[in-house]
Design a protein around this ligand. Structure first.
Ligand code: SF4
Ligand code: SF4
Ligand code: SF4
Ligand code: F3S
Length: 424
């Protein structure tokens, strides 16, 4: 099996195809701390792409409550169990060596365990490309099972912890996890398909299923660790998130040729989502693009982390982890970068605060930002460190260099004229 370099794991890994990379890559950052689970994103996708017969159970975008929720039900717990079994059988540990952390090639250190590809190769699922499973019909039936269900307390699991909550970790907790296809750098769905019906576009890294080539073998469903390809019984082929590619290509008349964010991103009420395109070198590393907001959040500030990087597909969805959740749970889900990310988010730099204000400021994709410095407006001590807030203004530019957003850190106040005092 060829070897490819996975920067999220800080090492080479086995993958069925030789390394080849797109010129730029569709990527996104979700700030979990801000999501209110309104499901507007979910409905924006549903009402655009999956409202037809045979697509009833398809939720290409979904928002699930962790730790108990999941769509399909328990998808991640099942995958982690499979990986755990493979490690036990091989007598290995799925651990990270954070000591080897360094540069953009190993930002989280080195993963010393096995990915889903390597685990299949070493164990009982040798006939498969990756360890995985095909969910049952029951597991697909309830997209929001366990919504808002919190964990019990640490010592008495069946009872809620009634002590007052305080950081760094709440005794009773849950959080919302927003999910769609990660348009992975090394997609397991693509590797698994015996028909070669899945491809990754060279212009933007978007992963698509060719509806004419697909014969419904469902290996993609079984081996995508994130469970994002979905089989359609009426057509006997599988479908998945298409990253709203006509919008990303700038085909929507609203933006006059400028690349536009996807439906689920642009509709986000909580302003938790930012999506864009990052530039990729021939060796798979991201080209330095210091003032691209995604490059900044992921590579410079390292405040946004990949979901289950240990699976090995190099997912292109990144998350700012929730501040109140016990760290071991977050380490398992987002890898060893969690502590640094939470520390940076809790005590944000002047630049990070400005970039966070840019979320959902435009429907067009922001390719570059500039910051205009403003006055100091607030000062306090956070976790024993002094911290100041500045009312900086951040300006976002489109692909062609046009200004598309201008927002300040402090939101402006609008006072209603008296004549509207009691009217709507
Ligand atoms: Fe969360 Fe935004 Fe989706 Fe609402 S629209 S559920 S805030 S991600
Ligand atoms: Fe394929 Fe799954 Fe990755 Fe999407 S998330 S590209 S469906 S492996
Ligand atoms: Fe649906 Fe488009 Fe979002 Fe994909 S990117 S989940 S197709 S709205
Ligand atoms: Fe291939 Fe999945 Fe279709 S494995 S044939 S793309 S159902």
């Amino acid at each position: 099996m060829p070897e490819v370099f996975n920067w999220q794991l800080g090492r080479k890994m086995n993958y069925p195809y030789a390394e080849r990379h797109p010129r730029s890559q569709f990527a996104f950052v979700f700030n979990i701390n801000r999501c209110i689970a309104c499901q507007t994103c979910t409905m924006a996708c549903k009402s655009t792409w999956t409202f037809s017969k045979g697509q009833e159970y398809m939720w290409w975008n979904n928002v699930e409550t962790k730790p108990y929720g999941g769509y399909p039900q328990s998808w991640d717990a099942r995958l982690l169990n499979l990986l755990d079994t493979a490690h036990r059988t091989a007598g290995r540990n799925a651990q990270w060596d954070a000591g080897q952390r360094g540069g953009t090639e190993r930002p989280y250190g080195v993963y010393e365990g096995m990915t889903i590809f390597e685990a299949a190769h070493s164990g009982a699922q040798r006939d498969q490309v990756a360890v995985g499973y095909e969910p049952s019909e029951e597991e697909w039936r309830s997209p929001n099972f366990y919504e808002d269900a919190a964990t019990g307390s640490e010592n008495v699991p069946e009872k809620l912890n009634m002590k007052p909550a305080s950081l760094p970790a709440h005794g009773t907790w849950f959080f919302y996890l927003q999910r769609l296809c990660n348009h992975c750098t090394y997609p397991a769905c693509l590797a698994a398909c015996p028909r070669g019906a899945i491809y990754k576009r060279s212009e933007d890294g978007i992963v698509l299923i060719d509806q004419n080539r697909c014969r419904g073998y469902r290996k993609c469903v079984a081996q995508c660790p994130y469970k994002k390809p979905m089989f359609r019984a009426t057509t006997r082929v599988s479908e998945k998130c298409i990253a709203c590619y006509p919008r990303v290509e700038g085909k929507d008349p609203l933006t006059e040729g400028e690349p536009m964010e996807t439906r689920c991103m642009a509709a986000c009420v909580g302003k938790i989502r930012m999506q864009g395109l990052v530039q990729v070198s021939d060796d798979g590393n991201w080209k330095e693009d210091r003032y691209n907001p995604l490059y900044y959040l992921i590579k410079v500030e390292k405040v946004a982390l990949p979901l289950y990087p240990q699976f090995g597909t190099e997912p292109n969805g990144y998350y700012i982890p929730p501040r109140w959740v016990p760290r071991p749970y977050l380490h398992q889900m987002f890898g060893p970068g969690v502590d640094e990310a939470i520390e940076k988010y809790s005590h944000p730099s002047r630049e990070l605060l400005a970039v966070l204000a840019l979320f959902r400021a435009s429907q067009k994709i922001v390719f570059r930002y500039e910051i205009i410095e403003g006055a100091k407006i607030f000062e306090r001590t956070i976790n024993g460190k002094s911290w100041s807030m500045y009312n900086d203004t951040i300006v976002g530019f489109s692909k062609s260099g046009k200004e598309i957003a201008r927002v300040s850190v402090e939101e402006p106040k609008y006072v209603r004229p008296d004549k509207h005092y009691n009217s709507i």
